[in-house]
Write a protein of this length. Structure first.
Length: 581
């Protein structure tokens, strides 16, 4: 039963208590410790995709020890039994985030004290100078929150993208998205009535659920839709040379510079590698060699299998993929080849205990697990505001002049991208998924051009999300404090169009929403630091190029910002600088 209205006023509101929401709130409080700041969280716990409700046994991180923490608190190394080339079980990130929000400041307050749990945001409107957020809690109490500044950190992994499954109501068994697998894991895997499981989707979450299902003794069918992004590449993530793992290697500026990117520093090396015929030819050979190594590791066509294992081979070379995953089990490929039936087809319909494919084939299944990705969590904005704020919306809803303007900007930007980066002008054949909305049109992936009181946090796709979350939080504080000098609106529109064109060219179908910078975590951080007037080039040219970009470099840059902003280091933080838990 609905109850009466409850109203709350704050100076700053953060929507979402995942990675981005937590660090955005903390960095704002570092500079403004006395501000009235509230965090609204739909779940009953913090962490977003890493919340206790959503993790499960085979959910492992895609990042590694030392590169998966905020700069002001170290994460204790997990036990070796939970590590694999320094990747580790996701529960340790969960524990880290829980302890991060429970740190006390000098007044005994914690970030958790500022979080309102169980808040379902229904709509957000700008009324006068304030944002009005209408919501209800678990008890049905209507609540209104208002603030002059808003950070929307609901991100890209809150709303499941469930496939259209005609006949779902007749299926009779559970149909679960990976978001809810942790909550239902034991019910499904230990149920004696569930013997056959269909996994839908070709990415990492599907692979994780699949591995656990096979280990639980289930008969598994893996369905990779032809209307999606296709099969992703997977790798064991072993390091080379001095690097413990592939993630450390990818976290260097040297490797980052090898991606043809609008975020690269413009120098003789990036010009040679990406804008000359010799450099492009060299890059193609490197890509071919690395791609061959990945395919050889999986051995798609060489493993004995009568279940369609060869259908798992991905189409476009891994370089072009904005999705993909790292494996955490040496026996993954052997286990799949021997036990998993693989199908490349769309689901036509469901019936009781049956999955019917487009080719007419019928598969028996007692449960369906969907690793089918996500839709942006922006459902609480009215379509007029989606258009005004540059968020994905129905292209038919915007005015003709707006459509014509962005069409012209997109065309011009695409010409610049293809002429500057010849490699991107001729992409390989690839799976194409249909996108019915406009792309994100945000400056630096955060800022709407028509409103200076709102920022969209964690609405980009990038490799190291915790790293990107912290640099975005730093930029957000500097922006709200008036310490970032923005270019003209015309220039920002051109840069947004370049960002969208780059995302689409570089990551093909996975970049269609214009927010994919999967390989640009490092160069993105450098770009935002430059905006703030800071730098993380502090270790000498060799280490700056070839050593991983460790979180403490962001911490040192943040200390510099606090000094410029008139704050003493540690004055308002929740705990000691770089405290280890």
């Amino acid at each position: 039963m609905e109850q009466s209205m409850d109203e709350h006023e704050s100076e700053v509101i953060v929507i979402g208590a995942g990675l981005s929401g937590i660090i955005a709130a903390q960095r704002y409080l570092d500079v403004h410790p006395r501000t009235q700041l509230a965090i609204l969280e739909q779940d009953e716990d913090i962490g977003g995709v890493f919340s206790r409700r959503r993790i499960y046994d085979t959910f492992w991180t895609q990042w590694t020890v030392g590169l998966s923490e905020f700069s002001d608190m170290r994460m204790q190394r997990p036990p070796e039994s939970d590590c694999f080339y320094d990747f580790y079980r996701a529960k340790w990130t969960t524990n880290y985030l829980e302890q991060y929000v429970d740190r006390k400041n000098d007044k005994g307050q914690t970030l958790r004290d500022r979080i309102h749990f169980g808040i379902e945001v229904e709509n957000i409107k700008k009324i006068g100078a304030n944002w009005k957020i209408a919501s209800k809690n678990r008890e049905g109490l209507r609540q209104t929150f208002s603030a002059g500044k808003l950070m929307v950190a609901s991100g890209l992994t809150s709303m499941p993208n469930m496939p259209d499954l005609p006949g779902a109501e007749q299926f009779a068994g559970p149909i679960i998205h990976s978001r809810d697998f942790g909550a239902h894991e034991q019910d499904i895997l230990k149920s004696e009535s569930i013997k056959k499981i269909a996994i839908v989707g070709g990415g990492k979450s599907s692979a994780d659920m699949l591995y656990e299902a096979v280990k639980a003794g289930k008969e598994v069918s893996w369905i990779i839709r032809t209307t999606g992004d296709g099969a992703a590449f997977f790798a064991l993530g072993k390091g080379k040379g001095p690097y413990k793992n592939a993630f450390e290697l990818a976290s260097t500026r040297a490797v980052a510079s090898m991606s043809p990117s609008i975020l690269n520093n413009k120098n003789w090396w990036t010009h040679f590698l990406h804008s000359t015929s010799i450099g492009t030819s060299l890059l193609k050979r490197m890509i071919t060699k690395m791609d061959s190594e990945l395919r050889d590791e999986a051995n798609y066509k060489g493993r004995p299998s009568d279940k369609g294992f060869e259908k798992l081979e991905y189409d476009a070379p891994f370089f072009w993929q904005g999705t993909g995953g790292l494996l955490h089990h040496e026996d993954f490929w052997d286990l799949v080849a021997k036990n998993v039936y693989v199908y490349r087809d769309d689901i036509k319909s469901l019936a009781k205990g049956l999955v019917r494919l487009g080719n007419g084939e019928e598969l028996k299944a007692d449960a369906i697990l969907c690793g089918t990705g996500w839709t942006p969590s922006i459902q609480f904005f009215h379509e007029d505001d989606l258009i005004r704020l540059g968020l994905p919306h129905d292209p038919n809803a915007e005015s003709i002049p707006t459509t014509e303007k962005w069409s012209r900007l997109d065309t011009e930007a695409d010409k610049i991208i293809t002429s500057t980066y010849p490699l991107l002008a001729n992409p390989p054949a690839h799976s194409k998924s249909y996108l019915s909305s406009t792309p994100y049109r945000l400056y630096r992936g955060m800022l709407p051009l028509q409103d200076d009181s709102i920022l969209m946090m964690n609405h980009i796709k990038t490799g190291n999300k915790i790293f990107a979350a912290e640099i975005q939080a730093m930029w957000a504080v500097a922006y709200f404090d008036g310490n970032i000098k923005l270019p003209s609106v015309k220039n920002m529109e051109e840069q947004i169009a370049l960002w969208v064109a780059f995302s689409r060219r570089r990551y093909l179908s996975a970049g269609g929403s214009g927010n994919n910078i999967a390989m640009e975590s490092i160069t993105y951080a450098d770009t935002l630091l430059k905006d703030i007037g800071l730098s993380a080039f502090t270790r000498g040219w060799w280490k700056d190029a070839f050593a991983p970009f460790w979180p403490d470099l962001l911490g040192k840059a943040w200390v510099d910002y606090l000094a410029k902003a008139g704050k003493r280091e540690g004055e308002s933080g929740n705990g000691e600088d770089r405290a280890e838990i």
